[in-house]
Design a protein around this ligand. Structure first.
Ligand code: MN
Ligand code: MN
Length: 323
């Protein structure tokens, strides 16, 4: 493959990082239909209509793009240089309809279906956690469903809210399993904590075979053992990485709608992500950054740093290795 210099971020040594139009990681912005040579597409889904309590994640992608101008080109621990290993671009935001949830699910799925049809792996900034469902509908093969490494304080496998409503940010993974998109036996959830609506809230996912690592077990094992466990559970098949920033302790990520105290640290999250090198990550997202709850922007910096960690994993696996 020929190297496309146009897929490189604008360096902060050339144009100061506070200048210019903020795209994800300062990458070029392309429409999906122009993105023929792109391997990894960074995408925003500015949507929080699935939020059951405190909203604001619709503003996540814009603030995360701005914060992403802080990222650089070489991973300081692994040495991965993602922009030499893969063609990356900002593919913009999906269409959403802020007054119609079902219409939005269709719009988001259509956008990601077009991305998938071009062979592009999506790395997405949410948005609330419901956005993962239409992404999975677009990219999963029901004949070979996705495994998932899921960082979150919540399982998001609850069933219904508000007298029967099936689609909220508390339900995407129950729907994804029901729809055959996600293989529960190749799914691990890390950091689960907080009170439940009913004692049965825990049982459904466990009965499906999901490996649930509650935060108490997480602190017993530590990040390296948990990452090794995640690798064993998802195996060699296609994997989705979904990172809800409320899995982090709210000390690190206060700007989110459903904070739960007693979470893992940013550094432990980075260690766990680095422990996932080599997996076949076919898509990933970082969700639930809600700027109105953190006007310092620190949570957006955390969110895009997790995107950077995941981008390095995805790019290394693609491995074009241009100079
Ligand atoms: Mn979640
Ligand atoms: Mn959560």
């Amino acid at each position: 493959m020929t190297e496309k210099i146009s897929f490189r971020p604008i360096s902060g040594t050339v144009l100061p990082r506070f200048a210019g139009i903020p795209t994800f990681m300062r990458l070029p912005h392309l429409a999906v239909e122009q993105a023929d040579e792109v391997d990894i597409g960074l995408i925003g889904v500015p949507w929080d209509g699935g939020t059951t309590n405190r909203p604001g994640a619709r503003h996540g992608p814009r603030q995360m793009r701005d914060a992403s101008t802080l990222m650089r080109n070489v991973h300081h621990v692994t040495g991965i240089r993602p922009y030499r290993s893969a063609n990356c671009a900002d593919l913009g935001d999906t269409s959403v309809n802020p007054v119609d949830l079902i219409d939005t699910l269709d719009r988001v799925e259509k956008f990601f279906a077009d991305v998938h049809a071009k062979g592009i792996k999506p790395l997405t900034a949410g948005g609330d956690h419901l956005i993962t469902l239409p992404i999975m509908r677009a990219i999963a093969d029901t004949g070979n469903p996705l495994g998932m490494v899921h960082f979150d304080a919540h399982t998001d496998t609850w069933d219904r809210y508000f007298e029967g409503h099936k689609y909220t940010h508390g339900t995407p993974f129950r729907r994804a399993i029901e729809e055959g998109l996600l293989d529960p036996k190749r799914t691990i959830q890390i950091g689960i904590r907080g009170g439940l609506y009913t004692a049965e809230d825990k049982d459904w996912g466990l009965a499906q075979g999901i490996r649930v690592i509650e935060i108490e077990e997480y602190f017993d094992l530590g990040p390296d053992k948990v990452a090794a466990l995640a690798r064993d559970i998802v195996g060699d098949g296609p994997v989705y990485v979904s990172f809800d920033v409320d899995g982090l302790d709210p000390v690190y990520a206060p700007g989110t709608g459903t904070p739960e105290i007693g979470g893992f640290s940013t550094h432990d999250a980075q260690k766990m992500l680095r422990g996932l090198r080599g997996l076949d990550i076919v898509g990933a997202d970082v969700v639930e950054v809600s700027p109105p709850f953190d006007q310092s922007g620190a949570t957006a910096v955390v969110g895009v740093t997790m995107m950077w960690e995941i981008l390095c994993l995805m790019a290394e696996k693609i491995g074009r290795d241009t100079d």
